[in-house]
Write a protein that binds this ligand. Structure first.
Ligand code: SF4
Length: 362
């Protein structure tokens, strides 16, 4: 018989949790037991990061994509979505406005846009230039999410100033993966992240929940994330997207995602774990922070003509997905935005460390 209090004591003492214990926590539904889980997650966050939270500005600079992921609004064959590709000038201006507003990092994300990825070196050079220009203009750490790129290109992106490579497997259940990331090699996607680590980049790995996965899949994913040694791990709930094969699938409530955020914090106390504004907007931020998240992602300036990934418009034009918009929520949670110098110092410490597994999932 599982006992939440005993599992929490183990977690606080940094004693390894078994797969069964992890699965049990992921499936908690009782409000009191869940609150114990969240309280422990917050205590562990406090021990590693005090009350500081990092803020990430999101620049989704191209919504064109050569892929056909079944869950994604911007999949190639969705003719119903409005697409755009921002010019380098526009990207720089947006990034500078975000920097001025107080974010700690610029997240440059795109679909696998053929303009950049299917013209051989000429296309890659344009992408590398965007990274260099944004780095130069903002002086902030840069994360890139360009999809799968060749190794030499990743190295050049790093040389241009990208500290982070974000690339999400979404699931580590290979059969499910094949139905989500259609005709994209699981192994190739994984290998480029492993490579990113060997050249000294920090890696973000991510899971999509509520898309056909089960609790055991989540436990398996946590193990795989540990093997990869990703420094940032995120989970987001599936949001059905119009014009996609999964549009008719019923979205589950956010319980799986919130439990998973907390369990991630228990297993990986010193990792960065995002609370994404891209699922439930600012309204869902407090719940995610209270579950142990320590990064606010998908901060998007209003009137820049940008969209989010799974909630393309939610809270953007209202100006809620801004630093100013999230500050009262941080305060409510007893949290404070970290100075960029703090973030850079964390980042440099991590980059200087040899990658080593820190999970406690047995
Ligand atoms: S998830 Fe990314 S790679 Fe897949 S279709 Fe959407 S934008 Fe393209």
């Amino acid at each position: 018989m599982m006992n939440v209090n005993k599992i929490m004591d183990k977690a606080l003492c940094r004693i390894s949790l078994t797969d069964k214990e992890v699965l049990y926590l992921l499936q908690l539904t009782d409000p009191l037991q869940r609150e114990k889980l969240f309280l422990t997650a917050r205590m562990l966050r406090q021990s590693c990061f005090a009350n500081q939270v990092f803020l990430y500005g999101f620049v989704y600079f191209s919504t064109y994509c050569r892929n056909d992921c079944t869950f994604c609004y911007y999949r190639r064959s969705n003719t119903g979505c409005a697409r755009y590709r921002k010019t380098p000038r526009e990207i720089i201006d947006i990034a500078c406005a975000l920097a001025e507003s107080g974010v700690n990092l610029i997240d440059l994300t795109m679909g696998e846009d053929p303009h950049y990825l299917s013209q051989h070196q000429a296309g890659y050079d344009k992408l590398i230039e965007v990274v260099a220009l944004v780095k130069q203009a903002t002086k902030l750490p840069v994360m890139i999410s360009p999809g799968v790129v060749p190794r030499n290109v990743l190295q050049e992106l790093k040389n241009a100033g990208a500290s982070w490579y974000a690339c999400y497997q979404e699931t580590h259940n290979r059969q499910l993966y094949e139905t989500l990331r259609v005709q994209q090699s699981y192994d190739e996607r994984w290998a480029i992240k492993v490579y990113a680590k060997t050249i000294g980049m920090l890696v973000e790995e991510g899971l999509l929940v509520g898309v056909g996965d089960c609790g055991e899949d989540a436990v398996h994913s946590l193990r795989e994330m540990n093997k990869l040694g990703a420094e940032q791990i995120r989970t987001m709930s599936f949001v059905p997207q119009k014009g996609t094969p999964l549009y008719s699938r019923t979205a589950t409530n956010n319980m799986d995602e919130i439990n998973l955020i907390a369990v991630m914090r228990l297993l990986f106390p010193d990792k960065l774990i995002p609370a994404s504004l891209d699922v439930e907007g600012v309204q869902g931020l407090k719940e995610r922070l209270n579950a142990g998240a320590n990064v606010v992602t998908s901060i998007i300036p209003p009137e820049a003509g940008l969209v989010g990934v799974s909630q393309s418009t939610l809270d953007i034009s209202e100006g809620n997905r801004t630093v100013k918009g999230v500050l009262p929520i941080l305060r409510d949670c007893g949290l404070t935005p970290a100075a960029t110098a703090e973030y850079v110092s964390w980042l440099e410490r991590k980059q200087g460390q040899a990658a080593k597994g820190e999970a406690v999932c047995e």
